[in-house]
Design a binder for this molecule. Structure first.
Ligand code: GLP
Length: 228
């Protein structure tokens, strides 16, 4: 899964060196980032002109906090490849005026011409980025309250469940669906139910990832455990 996704990203950068990549955090893409770092070392991937936008960030959180998604991206990718620090973007989890931060984030993606290739993981409950199952979903980048499910699932990375931030800034559904191409990575047993819902072709806000069925160019790369 990780190798296939990494090769697709490297291929995208050969076709268009200044591609705008949409990137995800979580445990799922860790192997993909490791593979990209190895490919870069071997001279098989060049990020010098690439632009990146991450999907989401906890709120409130400081960049220096080792649980922030900025910290994660720096650990797994930014410090490992030749990305220009000026070309990497993550919502600012410490922004005072969060509404302006959200609006500027969408504006900035548009100014770079939109996302060429979006990498996505999926939550156990079918969330993408931090678009949680709800009666209504939101189009643009916005502040969300995390569900108990997500706080519980993500608490494995924190000292305790109480340390997990209760809110996050997330790309909206339209921000994601506007990407020209999307790769959805799915691994592990816990993701089986959500993956089945996505592959059923039915669309429901109760499983935000099913909205990917509205997009014309989505590739799902799943491991055997998720497919069982
Ligand atoms: C997190 C992130 C998502 C990620 C998902 C799955 O909460 N906001 O972008 O796709 O949950 O995480 P993991 O890959 O660790 O299962």
């Amino acid at each position: 899964m990780s190798k296939t996704a990494a090769r697709m990203i490297a291929g995208q950068l050969i076709l268009k060196p200044n591609s705008v990549l949409g990137l995800a955090t979580g445990s799922t893409p860790v192997g993909m980032y490791a593979e990209l770092a190895s490919m870069y070392k071997r001279g098989e991937a060049d990020f010098s002109k690439a632009v990146t936008f991450n999907l989401d960030e906890y709120y409130p959180i400081a960049r220096e906090n080792d649980q922030s998604y900025y910290y994660f991206m720096n650990e797994h990718l930014y410090s490992k490849v030749n990305l220009n620090p000026q070309n990497v973007h993550i919502p600012d989890g410490s922004a005072k005026d969060i509404e302006t931060e959200c609006a500027n984030y969408d504006k900035s993606i548009d100014e770079f011409g939109g996302i060429d290739l979006q990498i996505l993981g999926i939550g156990n409950n079918g969330h993408i980025a931090f678009n949680e199952p709800e009666e209504e979903l939101t189009d643009k980048t916005h502040l969300v309250k995390l569900t108990d499910d997500t706080i519980e699932a993500n608490s494995r990375f924190f000292a305790s469940k109480d340390d997990v931030p209760r809110n996050a800034v997330t790309s909206g559904m339209a921000t994601i669906l506007k990407a020209k191409k999307i790769i959805l990575l799915v691994n592990g047993k816990g993701k089986g139910t959500a993956l089945k819902k996505v592959l059923s072709g039915k669309i429901t806000t109760a499983c935000p990832a099913t909205m990917l069925n509205l997009h014309r160019d989505v590739i799902v790369i799943a491991d055997n455990e998720a497919m069982e």
